[in-house]
Design a protein around this ligand. Structure first.
Ligand code: ZN
Length: 312
């Protein structure tokens, strides 16, 4: 089979919803895994997400063109929902009868993961379903502003649900496991020292840490400096809150003006020398754009993979 896999959004100005998490991050995380898994099962995959677009409409049109010109057998668009913080569960939109038959087993797999069954719905109002020539579905995986759904969110399990639903099978060996820094449980002194050096957090004398795996005053002074930056109590001890902040920064999620808050933004503000207040407002945006310009990047104020690479 030839699948057209459309990773939703991730193509400014076509960007996704935000809530507890960002839709762009979730669709990319899940979609990348879906593509690898389908390929591992021997299917051909045409990724449909464009690299750039001048408008949301153009972004959507390019996705459909990709699927149509490659004559894929089935088009699958991956999205996550947001509403009022209370709504939760999975819904799958389908164009016609054939599409509904494809949508149903995908939805059933989500329900097995514990998501509320919102049903297979008519997608006749959706641009990508109207403008693709083959059976097509649009999966709204779950609600990224629902705490219930975000507690259930696991990109590997969701990718498996989509692949199992589409093909009735899963690859027997895990493919391209994507390291998820947020789950990194290695809290050794050596990892702490390496990580603080990577984050460019120096000791009390402004020096990088010696990576010797031994706890000492230099390491604890760097930990205290990091704690101050991210706005937690300066104990000099790398406790759970410290590690959570480290891991969430290393996860390098896409950061947008007016959306992000918390430790990641505080860390970026520290690195770019702007007042650390944890709010991605206009002042920070200006500094981020300058930083991007100086590094030869598109100055869009969105901290994506290229900006992260320059930072870390
Ligand atoms: Zn979406």
């Amino acid at each position: 089979m030839k699948f057209g896999v459309d990773i939703g959004h991730n193509c400014p100005p076509d960007t996704g919803a935000s809530g507890i998490r960002f839709e762009d991050n979730l669709t990319l995380d899940v979609g990348t895994r879906v593509i690898s898994k389908l390929q591992a099962l021997g299917h051909q995959v045409i990724p449909c997400k464009p690299n750039s677009a001048g408008s949301v409409r153009e972004s959507l049109a390019k996705r459909c063109d990709k699927a149509n010109s490659n004559k894929v057998d089935i088009y699958v668009s991956i999205h996550f929902n947001s509403f009022n913080g209370q709504a939760n569960g999975t819904e799958v939109f389908a164009g016609g009868e054939t599409s509904r038959k494809i949508a149903k087993p995908v939805l059933d797999e989500f329900v097995k993961l514990g998501f509320f069954n919102r049903g297979v719905k008519s997608g006749s109002h959706l641009y990508v379903l109207r403008n693709t020539n083959m059976p097509a579905i649009l999966v709204e995986g779950c609600f990224l502003d629902s705490q219930k759904d975000m507690n259930l969110y696991n990109p590997e399990a969701i990718a498996n649900a989509i692949v199992q639903g589409l093909t009735g099978k899963l690859p027997t060996t895990p493919v391209n496991p994507v390291p998820d820094e947020e789950q990194n449980a290695d809290a050794t002194v050596l990892r702490l020292q390496k990580t603080l050096n990577q984050l460019k957090i120096t000791d009390k004398n402004g020096k990088p840490l010696v990576e010797d795996g031994l706890a000492g005053s230099a390491t604890s002074s760097a930990v205290a400096k990091f704690q101050k930056i991210i706005g937690i109590t300066e104990t000099g001890n790398a406790d759970q809150a410290t590690w959570n902040a480290i891991n969430v920064i290393l996860a390098k999620r896409i950061i947008r003006p007016n959306h992000a808050g918390g430790p990641v933004i505080r860390y970026i503000q520290y690195r770019l020398g702007v007042e650390v207040d944890g709010v991605y407002g206009p002042q920070t945006e200006g500094v981020v754009k300058n930083f991007q310009k100086q590094n030869g990047l598109v100055a869009d104020g969105i901290i994506g993979p290229a900006s992260w690479q320059k930072l870390l």
